[in-house]
Design a binder for this molecule. Sequence first.
Ligand SMILES: Nc1ncnc2c1ncn2[C@@H]1O[C@H](COP(=O)(O)OP(=O)(O)OP(=O)(O)O)[C@@H](O)[C@H]1O
Ligand SMILES: [Mg+2]
Length: 252
Amino acid sequence: MSTMISLKEVCKSFGGIVVADHISIDIQRGEILGLIGPNGAGKTSLFNLISGVYPMDSGSISVAGQSLDGLPLHHRARLGVARTWQNMRLFATMSVLENMLVAPRNYPGEHLSQIIFHPRRVAQANLALRERAMTILGRMKLEAIAHASVNDITFGQQKLVGLARALMNDGDCLLLDEPMAGVEGQAYDTMKAIVRQEAEAGRAVCVVEHNVSFIKDLCNSAVFMASGKILERGSVETLLSSKTLSQLYFGA
Ligand SMILES: Nc1ncnc2c1ncn2[C@@H]1O[C@H](COP(=O)(O)OP(=O)(O)OP(=O)(O)O)[C@@H](O)[C@H]1O
Ligand SMILES: [Mg+2]
């Protein structure tokens, strides 16, 4: 195994609120690391720090040995940092397919010079992206709704589309913020299968999730956070039997 995502002594505060207090975490290729903790622990903030939504106050973050420090969000996405959002952030009036086409990792059509001087290359890239999007939707058994408006699909399908959009970035890091919240039935099983496959394909995956059975099923190790601090880390079994965790998480 080799380290894909590495956080060293990452700190971030908003006024008096400390969301990351000297956080150090390594995530290996092929690993699914669970990130658990009560509401307000700083889990989403950590994803925002890795993906470049928030700048750090201090510390360092690297991906495959390359420092992300100071890089903007789109540059980090290009380096392979893909994520989903706790509140999904899908474009509700656009189709499923259109939502996916806004998130590729490398797209020549974003450069005006390519459109003018290499229109065929751009057209080929467009075609390849559509094919890639349809393949991902196929893996999720969602091809039939590719042209449906996001407004018209179920909540579980919307959560899967959030993951599908993140997978349009075929990089090596995948950050999933509560992928299972509100998801049940077939969508739940599909979500679990796809996350597992992505790790097996060599991505480093980090999952924030309150659903303990999802964490138990998928993760071999986990980190428990509260108030911006890592309180415990280790195997999922060890963490779930920890007194600190049950007191802070479940209040008992
Ligand atoms: N941009 C911001 N400005 C000010 N405070 C913020 C900002 N982002 C997050 N916070 C605060 O930081 C704390 C951690 O928030 P965060 O969203 O990271 O928690 P979380 O662990 O993801 O919680 P949840 O399980 O509810 O999603 C909260 O108190 C939140 O209000
Ligand atoms: Mg959150």
